[in-house]
Ligand binder design. Sequence first.
Ligand code: SAH
Length: 389
Amino acid sequence: MAGIIVKPRSRIFHGHDWVYTSEVHKTFGKPEPGEVISVKDFKDRKLGTAIYNPESQIIARRFSRRTQELNHDFFIRRFERALALRNSMSFDDDVYRLTWSESDGLPGVIIDRYGDHLVLQTLTLAMDQRKDLITQALVQIFSPKSIIERNDSPIRKAEGLPLEKGLLYGEAPGIFQVTVQGIAFAVDPLDGHKTGLYLDQFDNYQAVGDLAKGRRVLDCFCNEAGFALHCARSGAQSVQAIDSSETALDCAQKNASNNQLDIEFTNANVFDFLKTTDSETPPYDLIILDPPSFTRNRKSVKDAMRGYKEIHLRALKLLDKDGILATFCCSHHVNRQMFLDTICDAAVDAKSSLRLLSSHSQRQDHPVLPLIPESEYLKGFIFQKMAAW
Ligand code: SAH
């Protein structure tokens, strides 16, 4: 097997599974892009087996500490382990993330399960080359009605892969419904945002909904209105939801009427909406901020932090006393502390004191590996704006 020798002090010696180009001491045996390679230390000791892509800054991703081929049996074993973990978590209607990349020993493979329909992303070259093997293994285990490919994530460009989507197996399902935590959602696996729903947020919908009774709620960046629907069901006094995407709002509106819940939808840019909303008494008692990632790379983090600060400042001003701010950040490049610091900066400018009620993360079907910090991306906090003492 061809491979690489890794420089001393590289992150792989600290429990990570990635090797950056700058961490390679030597390449041996001329590996091809997408090939399975051996990873060794400078004393020729084996560190495991990895997938290789010289076009990516992350030149190798270890998927096993042993010698291992990427064959049919490998995918069957990995999918069965991933399934066993999800089965132990019990999700409604079999709606969950079945594999979360490195966290399931499958770097770049993300599969969302909506009952009989599977949605696949192959975000690394090696896994993309093995899409057929993956599809065959999934068919063997799940006998699904469809497998959809949602490889339109811009992350693929870092691996030199084209953006594409389509049907890999079975019949295209169109738009269908799933019921999660007692609320019906429309799922559009081929054309919806991401793979259909934001599965990572489902526990957080419930946590925010639990606080909504009797409150005037504003759900910013609502997409399919998961937060708004839960708040309305929990007996909020009023619920308003904002998004700038017509298709997201169409879907959200259908969800509201299918669940017979009353939500006022507004098509607007949240930045403008929060800026121009003005009234003598602050109009809301619960504001949810769940924006898209404001940064796709490290270079734009500073600008992104300005954006995060701005929406928090505006939201705090629109929040009545004892009001609740539920805020989320899904950017890979912004860590929990940076996010918290930015919220604190906004609170200082808004002359508000905040009480932290709870901290949140992605749902447990997106498991976090503490030695691979990149496996955690969703950070959330629920605060109460404290009345002046
Ligand atoms: N809370 C949602 C997920 C939000 S995803 C859920 O749980 O499903 C981000 C959403 O923000 C997308 O629906 C996108 O259309 C919307 N969006 C992006 N930029 C926006 C802006 N400036 N103003 C309003 N909506 C925006």
